[in-house]
Design a protein around this ligand. Structure first.
Ligand SMILES: Cc1cc2nc3c(=O)[nH]c(=O)nc-3n(C[C@H](O)[C@H](O)[C@H](O)COP(=O)(O)OP(=O)(O)OC[C@H]3O[C@@H](n4cnc5c(N)ncnc54)[C@H](O)[C@@H]3O)c2cc1C
Length: 553
């Protein structure tokens, strides 16, 4: 919670005044609202969470109606002013430590499947402060099992343009800086010309869409998006407009965990129990934008009996990663430092989808270029050892995402009776036979994609070398790395516990984004996805949040 001991500093008269302003306090003074003021106010909407879902919703709502009275509750405090890649390299030392796991993994998930659900970032901005920014949009045929009317909404002209504008998405072939240039174009052409021949399971390929444009400085080059600047900018704009009677102030309370929704027994939430104290809901609509698992936890604690299907679906993405290299001589001259970002979509015969994300690196002097590479890398970065041995090569880090299907009833999220309502959920996820078959196809597709990129003529590609781990080091070899090295234990982009659908007997949330039978709570985020496909979730998360804003605005 933000405390505001002294909004008008004494400026040294008649006494020295406070001498130790902390970052949290300064942010609180500038952007956050005191608890007493919040308790006395009436709101149209209370949004829980400040990641992409929450801020996309808020931005759209205020664009439609600047007089909307919105309260934003965020469990975390201020920690990074912008995406970690836009900050000096030293900041990366704290990025990993921010992750939390507000759940328990089942024994089967932890020991048999040995899968780890990627964690949350419980801070202002949520995971947008450190995400990678890949933003593919699902085509209608990639929305298996989604309600037809929602699929039709995504077909409307401009449906995907709006979340792209919110996230500042641009194609990697259109990034206006010296780092993305000739190599990007060469690889785009090779992939386009060769993918059908080299990757039998692929459907599409091209330059990667990345959330890297700069909102305030068009043409400034590569600048990964986070919601922090957008949210604080909205707060400042609303405050200025409110001073002229043209808007309502946007109230933000940080370090305020919402623990429980108390309701009247008839589907209407009356009070939010938070770490700062209770808040009366009044006529406000409550928007859950907390990430898929925390949103499900909150709803299941409040309305478990009313929502018998909640948590019965658990989808997301399995991951594989390969590092490879191809001689520079296989490419037209690339600059001293060039990067590239490319994407390929495919499908296994069983219908499950995969996506290969290729990051390319060509550096003549990796030590000198280390900071630029870290700042402009689209995804994971090769190690310095891999880069230093490769001045005469182009390096590739290929990360593949594979769809976890919706039909495996061994995959679930269940309340476990723990005392803390913010963490009393147990997860279980295992790769079933469908996912295992997809994983084989996906791992083949990574190496086939490398062949497609390795030569102008797919029939005569240049040699590809792969990095083979050997304990704490490794070496380059002309053979594919073993499966145990390629396959990650991490499950990412978790989705679906509150999947949307028309029929209450086979879904959790209705087409108006309210859980069936619940009157004043609305769900955003990947919890809604009936199936996760293999496309990146955040563009769809923001598109649905904007759609919700249009519907309840
Ligand atoms: C390393 C990494 C790389 C990624 N790369 C990509 C990518 O390339 N492309 C892509 O599409 N996606 C990517 N993602 C996923 C992406 O970050 C998420 O899809 C996106 O952030 C989801 O937005 P959200 O607002 O739903 O959730 P979040 O960003 O998780 O935000 C949820 C917010 O709710 C707050 N909150 C949670 N519980 C409570 C509570 N009880 N009370 C109050 N506040 C609460 C949290 O603190 C947080 O601020 C990546 C994620 C990570 C970690």
């Amino acid at each position: 919670m933000s405390i505001h001991p002294d909004r008008t500093p004494s400026r040294g008269y008649p006494a020295p005044g406070p001498q130790s302003p902390g970052a949290g306090q300064l942010i609180g003074n500038a952007y956050c609202t005191g608890w007493q003021q919040v308790q006395a106010a009436r709101y149209d909407v209370i949004v829980i969470g400040t990641g992409p879902a929450g801020v996309a919703f808020i931005e759209r709502t205020l664009a439609r109606n600047p007089h909307a009275a919105i309260l934003v509750l965020e469990r975390g405090g201020y920690w990074l002013p912008a995406h970690v890649q836009t900050l000096p390299a030293a900041f990366r030392a704290i990025a990993g430590d921010a992750t939390t796991y507000p759940w328990t993994r089942s024994a089967a998930m932890a020991t048999d499947a040995r899968l780890v659900q990627a964690g949350m970032v419980p801070m202002l901005g949520g995971r947008s402060t450190c995400w990678h920014g890949w933003c593919t949009a699902p085509r209608p045929d990639q929305l298996r099992g989604w309600p037809q009317s929602l699929v039709e909404r995504t077909r409307h002209p401009g449906f995907w343009d709006d979340p792209r504008a919110f996230l500042h998405v641009t194609g990697a072939d259109r990034i206006d800086d010296s780092v993305y240039g000739s190599l990007q174009r060469q690889l785009d052409i090779r992939l386009r010309d060769n993918f059908q021949r080299c990757v039998p399971s692929a459907l599409d390929a091209g330059a990667a869409p990345l959330a890297v444009q700069h909102a305030e400085r068009p043409g400034a080059g590569f600048h990964k998006f986070s919601t922090v600047g957008t949210l604080l900018g909205l707060q400042q704009r609303q405050k200025a407009l409110a001073a002229q009677g043209q808007a309502c102030e946007l109230h933000i309370v940080d370090r305020c965990t919402v623990d429980l929704l108390l309701h009247d027994g008839d589907g209407r939430v009356t009070t939010l129990e938070t770490g700062c104290g209770p808040i009366r809901v009044g006529d406000a609509k409550i928007v859950l934008a907390m990430g898929a698992i925390p949103s499900a936890t909150l709803l299941m604690n409040a309305f478990g009996a009313l929502l018998p299907h909640a948590g019965k679906r658990y989808t997301g993405h399995l991951m594989s990663r390969v590092t490879a290299r191809v001689k520079r001589s296989a490419f037209r001259e690339a600059g001293a430092l060039e990067l590239g970002a490319h994407v390929l979509h495919g499908r296994a015969d069983n219908g499950l989808q995969y996506q290969v994300q290729v990051s390319a690196f060509a550096s003549r002097d990796p030590v000198r270029d280390a900071a630029t590479i870290a700042a402009e890398a689209p995804d994971a970065v090769p190690s310095l050892a891999q880069l230093q041995e490769s001045e005469h090569w182009v390096l590739f880090v290929c990360t593949a995402l594979g769809e976890i299907g919706e039909e495996n009833c061994e995959n679930w999220m269940r309340l476990d009776g723990g005392a803390d309502p913010a963490t009393n959920i147990t997860l279980q996820l295992q790769a079933g036979p469908m996912e295992t078959a997809l994983w084989d196809v996906m791992d083949d597709a990574i190496c086939q994609t490398m062949v497609a990129l390795a030569g102008r003529d797919a029939a005569a590609p240049a040699a590809v070398e792969y990095w083979i781990d050997e304990g704490s080091s490794g070496c380059w070899q002309g053979v594919r790395p073993p499966r145990r090295q390629v396959r990650s234990h991490l499950v990412v982009d978790e989705a679906s516990p509150l999947w949307i659908g028309e029929d209450p007997s086979s879904s959790v949330v209705g087409l108006d984004y309210r859980p069936h039978g619940v009157r004043n709570v609305y769900v955003t985020g990947a919890a809604l996805f009936p199936t996760a496909g293999a496309w990146n979730p955040t563009l769809a998360v923001c598109g649905l949040a904007q759609d919700l804003a249009d519907r309840i605005g």
